[in-house]
Ligand binder design. Structure first.
Ligand SMILES: *Cc1c(COP(=O)(O)O)cnc(C)c1O
Length: 452
């Protein structure tokens, strides 16, 4: 890649010489060098070449309130001056973590009034794994160990996160653990075959019951799922899916972990994905939107019945140096205040999400588009060769071609195989949505042209 700014080359050299990047094709990265992002404001990024780019992914699904919020910088700076660090181990605590725990539970579903803090979503899911097994041991059922996840689910990249998730590429690289099993995902467009979406939704949900019976209810600790799969490709389950899952969960004595790392804090136009689908999780993983990504933080929100059992249980031998870090907690508190006081989630629900969904669906008329789906501030565009049969362009890497056109034309969309996905900041305006959709259409045109 030729560059205008000599500093770009210097940074790319640093990347090649000193940096091992997360989730990257190393060979390709070495050849091309990374795009260097230098600043951001609102929903836009700037790279070191001076290009202005609309961030259709809110970073990695996290920058809910948009870039450049002074209040968040101020919250971090003043907390650093007051108490930059202390921990929550061994019978100590500090005000920001405690006040944040209350603030989170005020917006969480009823009956979930305790929070365990972590440094990330992955650590949250590690916590879930240990917490549910500890819970069943305290209840006198230590054999309840198995956790059921889903193929193509994403629960983070620690060993437990990767193992709970259903990404085969991660499993292959040391990301498996005993005692974790997976069921099919509710991905109708990709895997529904001749079934109607509703019939497929029921079928996919029934796989949970099948698996519980196969493993034995007495051995199952929990089922973990994202209300809407994010990294898997913004997979919005058929309408029959969650009601059927709820029915099955009500029948068996197992815990339900909702991984709200993406859906939480407004992405669906409700505070949590479980509010949107009216689910009743026992534990909810949070991260990303909790701090709008300004600083790392995650956690687990715990249902009262579970917290009550834990609270009678003596030592829980688990925690992180940065659990509830005071600076992160101060930023999260301020982020929640902004979400609440500026009625950002209300505006997503009433105005911007309906507008985004309407405009996105206009792309359905494009010859390359097999399906547009979305909900709240989430969207997916399936790229296909044949709309009617949902046939892909095999082996062409259409998604990556499209993603490159997007980048080169001032838009970040992510490619999951041949599915283009978006999750813009929740503060995106209708005008900026117009910009997003117009750029997306242009890139679809360019992609189609390139395929000829
Ligand atoms: C991003 C993500 C995680 C992992 O969070 P990290 O902060 O990257 O560890 C877990 N679950 C879901 C659903 C995610 O999208």
């Amino acid at each position: 890649m030729s560059v205008k700014n000599p500093q770009t080359r210097e940074w790319q050299d640093l990347s090649r010489d000193h940096h091992l990047a997360p989730f990257s094709d190393y060979k390709q990265l070495k050849e091309k060098g990374p795009r260097i992002i230098t600043k951001a404001k609102g929903v836009h990024l700037w790279d070191s070449e001076g290009n202005k780019i609309l961030d259709g992914m809110a970073g990695l699904w996290c920058v809910a309130v948009g870039y450049g919020r002074e209040e968040l910088a101020e919250a971090a700076a003043s907390q650093m001056r007051e108490l930059p660090y202390y921990n929550l181990f061994f019978q100590t605590a500090h005000p920001p973590a405690l006040e944040l725990a209350r603030a989170i539970t005020e917006v969480a579903p009823a009956g979930m009034s305790h929070v365990f803090f972590t440094g990330s979503g992955s650590e949250g899911n590690d916590t879930n794994l240990r917490m549910v097994r500890h819970y069943w041991a305290l209840k006198g059922k230590p054999q309840k160990q198995v956790i059921i996840g889903r193929v193509n689910g994403y629960h983070g990249s620690t060993v437990a996160g990767a193992a709970l998730g259903g990404m085969s590429g991660m499993h292959e690289q040391g990301g498996t653990l005993p005692g974790i099993v997976h069921i099919a995902q509710p991905y109708w467009f990709g895997e529904g075959g001749d079934m109607t979406p509703d019939a497929f939704g029921v079928w996919a949900a029934e796989q949970l019951e099948k698996k519980i019976l196969e493993v034995g209810e007495d051995n199952v600790a929990a089922f973990i799922a994202e209300p809407i799969q994010g990294a898997g490709g913004v997979i919005i389950p058929p309408e029959t899916y969650w009601p059927k899952i709820k029915e099955i969960l009500a029948k068996y004595e197992i815990l339900f972990i909702a991984d709200e790392v993406i859906c939480g804090f407004g992405r669906t136009g409700q505070w949590f994905g479980t509010d949107y689908y009216d689910l009743k999780p026992d534990l909810m993983t949070i991260a990303k939107g909790l701090t709008s990504g300004y600083i790392p933080m995650g956690g687990v929100i715990v249902r009262d019945e579970v917290a009550a059992v834990l609270s009678e249980g003596g030592d829980f031998n688990h925690g992180f140096t940065y659990s509830g870090h005071p600076v992160a907690a101060a930023v999260a508190l301020e982020n929640l205040r902004i979400l609440r006081d500026e009625k950002i989630i209300e505006r997503v629900q009433a105005e911007t999400a309906p507008y985004l969904q309407k405009r996105l669906r206009e792309l359905n008329d494009h010859p390359l588009v097999g399906e547009v789906r979305g909900l709240g501030m989430l969207g997916a565009i399936e790229l296909v060769k044949d709309k009617a049969t949902r046939t892909r362009y095999e082996g062409k890497g259409v998604g990556m071609i499209c993603r490159q056109f997007c980048f080169d034309n001032g838009l970040i969309m992510r490619a999951v195989g041949d599915t283009m996905i978006i999750a813009p900041p929740l503060v995106i305006t209708c005008e900026e949505i117009d910009e997003l959709v117009e750029k997306a259409r242009k890139c679809l045109d360019l992609t189609l042209e390139a395929l000829k």
